[in-house]
Each structure stands twice: as structure tokens, then as C-alpha cells.
Design a binder for this molecule. Sequence first.
Ligand code: NAP
Ligand code: MG
Length: 478
Amino acid sequence: MAEIFEYAPAPESRSVVTLRDTYDLFIDGAFTPAEDGTQLTTVNPADETELARVAVAGPVDIDRAVAAARRAHENVWGPMSGLERGKYLFRIARIIQERSRELAVLESMDNGKPIKETRDVDLPLVAAHFFYHAGWADKLAHAGLGPDPRPLGVAAQVIPWNFPLLMLAWKIAPALATGNTVVLKPAETTPLTALVFAEICQEADLPAGVVNILPGAGETGRKLVEHPGTDKVAFTGSTEVGRQIARAVAGTPKRLTLELGGKGANIVYDDAAIDQAVEGIVSGIFFNQGHVCCAGSRLLVQESIAEELLARLKTRVTQLRVGDPLDKNTDLGAINSAAQLERIRELTDSGESEGAERWSPACDLPENGYWFAPTVLTGISQAHRVAREEIFGPVLSVLTFRTPEEAVTKANNTPYGLSAGVWTEKGSRMLWTAERLRAGVVWSNTFNKFDPTSPFGGYKESGYGREGGRHGLEAYLG
Ligand code: NAP
Ligand code: MG
């Protein structure tokens, strides 16, 4: 057993963030309260303290935002040259970099994820998405989509709470680069960084109406995607809501992309570098508390090495630090909401009652806030709910296999198809496996690596359309 030693607290300063009591909607370049005055409260899930009150967009506000986006598209943003649009995107990217410490702290406070991740993963990727798409803005004629691809018009975009600012970047950067204007709804529990992003749009002198941000709950999202005045709907979230949106958009001329759930398999063959694989398994399921659509939530390990691998995995998980998200040494932060915590509890308990063996390291969870210890479930069969349903939390379901054929069959035995990982020293085995996996992304001897140049998206119930890379541009061009 590795020695566990204490780290001194290393808290990041909250003083880099100036919280306002109230945040308004961002419509047509200006912050305005909701027409009917409705507000929601966003809390810090690590201690349940109230962070701010935030305006909730209703039908009148949505009408105004869509009309502003339409005017901006027709009069300013659509006709503007790609070269000029690119300059705005470069400017936004640079301001994000300048304000990245503030944004990282705010994201951590509103979402509960560790500062180590917002600082080293979310924010660098957010800036990278804007830089990457800024570079495309004046080169769209060379994207292989015809000599003069045209923007679609106004995009309605709805995003989840697990990577609030990063999902915003995945949505807004390609839309703007291609000449579309946007109305975006952030998730109810994590609206704050999107509203600071609205400030950044002002700071960058982005023309009014090009970006509109409408906080609210599911009802605001539903009204926005059903609004007849938009040309495109882009959604990231659950498969259930994705289905509703597909029904709402069917029969309209609107274009639709859906990025939905997943139940990614992380396949470890007997010849894999075992310590490296353990690190990949840990990052695959415990990164961002497992609130990751492409998480490696099903470990498929070859039977002959299962015992040794699980022993090493448990030793490693015992060393994870769970607690204050603003502490720079924290590995696992808070679960984003009481509702999500309840879903994780219910599903994990069902695993136990269906006969799985449940293991967590001894760890002291903070008294206030929403917390769930890292958990490993073994003794699982394909029929168990925890092998099939997305838990979206720090819970790993372990299955074993004997042959490569069995590994592939089990990995593909899911309604989803978003991600997979393959761990082996043999290139031929790697390629043989990757070719047979029905997953949008397959990582080889690594996991959870993201890059704006690389398309991301799913098969089957994980959705359709791609975000990132040249493929992602196609989703915003006619
Ligand atoms: P969700 O309930 O589907 O919510 C996603 C977004 O849709 C939120 O902004 C939500 O508002 C809004 N919404 C809720 N009901 C709506 C409706 N009827 N019409 C339009 N919008 C509606 O999902 P979640 O529980 O927040 O997020 C977790 C899920 O998202 C997981 O299943 C995960 O796999 C998936 N996800 C997928 C990807 C991907 O790239 N494929 C990325 C991240 C997450 P509220 O915030 O108010 O509920
Ligand atoms: Mg919050």
C-alpha cells in the first residue's frame, strides 16, 4: 500500500471573482432583466451557499433575443467578410485568456468541479476553440464544402451544466466563425460563466445581437428550441431531452445537431502497460466527477489480469483527494446538484441490490454540499442497470472478458456510442478493436483527450452531427 501523506491546504483565491447580486439576460448587446421579472438562484454545490440571483428568460425575452439575432445576421454579421469576423473571434479568444483565472474560479464555484481542472483543462480548451475557429472564418471556401458555403442564419443553442463554458465555446465559436448569430441557453445550475462571456462580447465590441444569452431552466430551453424564428438547433444534454427536441424540430426546415449521453467502454487487454492503464481508467471515470458524456464508465478488463488491475486501481483511487473544489490539490470536487446526487445514489444502490459488489475508499466527505465518494462496482453482468444506464457520476462499472471478440461485443452492447478506450501494447490489436467499435471517438492508450481540430459526436442514442474540426463547420453551413 502506498504511503498517504497530508497536503497543506492550497486554496485558490476567490477574490479574483467579483460576484454580482443579480445577473440579467444578455439581449441585443445589453444586459436586461426578464420581462416578467422572474429569477432563479444559483448555488455553489460544494457548500450550498447562494452565489447570485439570475434572470430567467420567458417567451417575450426569447422573441426579443431571436429578433435581435435575426437583425444582426441580416444587417451585420452575415454580410461581414470572414476576415473581419475572424478578428472578433481572435479578440474574444485573447480576452478569455486574459480573464482565464477569474473564469476558472467562477466556473469552479458555480459547478463544483476542481480548480485544477477548470484552470488546466476547461479554460485552455475554451480559448483554443475560439482561436481555432477564428482561423477558419476567412478560409471557409477551402473547407471542402463548396466554393462559397453560406451561414444558416440564427442558431438556438442549449447546453448542459457539466462543462458550462466549454460547451458554450463548442457551440458559439463555430456558429460565429461561419457567419451565424446565436441565442444560447446555459444550464439552470451553471449560468454564471456564460454571463461573464456576454461581458467579454461587449469588451470585444462584438456587434449587438450576434450573441444573446438567455438563462433559465428546462422550460426556457424548450421554448427556445421550439421558437419558429431560428434556422438551426444545437443541443447537448440527455438523450431523453434530445428525443423531445428531435420531435419538436421534425417537419420544420431547421437543421439539428444532438450531442447526447454515453456509456463508454474502456477496454484493457492483458498486454497493456498496467500502471498507465490504471491512470487512464481513473481519468476516464473520475475526471469532472464522472459528469462527462464520454466518460469511460464501463471498464472491460481481460480476465487474466483483472485481479491485479483491480488491486492497483483501488490503491490509486484511495489516493484521490475529494473535497474543496478551490483547493489546488483536489482531484474530485462536488456533484453539481442535489438532483444529480440523487440520481447517482439511486442508480448505484440499484447496482448493489442487483448483486454488484460496491467499493469506495475511506474518505471524509464535507458536511455541507453535494458529495459522492469515488466508487467501483464489480461482479456486474450486462443485464444490470449499472452496466447499461448512464450514471453520470464518479462510479465505475467493471466487467471482464476473455477474447477480443467478447470485448468488442460487450463494448458495443449499449444503446449509446460516444466514446471508447483501448489499452494494449500491440498496434494490430488496437486497430482491429478500434475498427469494430461503434463509437464516435476511440482513444488509444489514453482517455478524455480533447482538441478543437478533432470532430466529436456519437453513434446511435448518443446523437448525431459532429462538433469540432472541419466536420463541425459543416453543421453551421448550408
Ligand atoms: P438535460 O436535462 O438534457 O439538460 C441539458 C440542457 O437542456 C439544460 O440546459 C436544460 O435546462 C435544457 N433542457 C431541459 N429540458 C429541456 C427541454 N424540454 N427542451 C429544451 N431544453 C431543455 O441534461 P442534464 O441532466 O443537464 O445533463 C446531463 C446529460 O447531458 C447527460 O446525459 C450527458 O451524457 C449529456 N451530455 C452530453 C454531452 C455530449 O457532448 N454528447 C455533453 C455533456 C452532457 P436545465 O439546466 O434547466 O435543466
Ligand atoms: Mg450553480
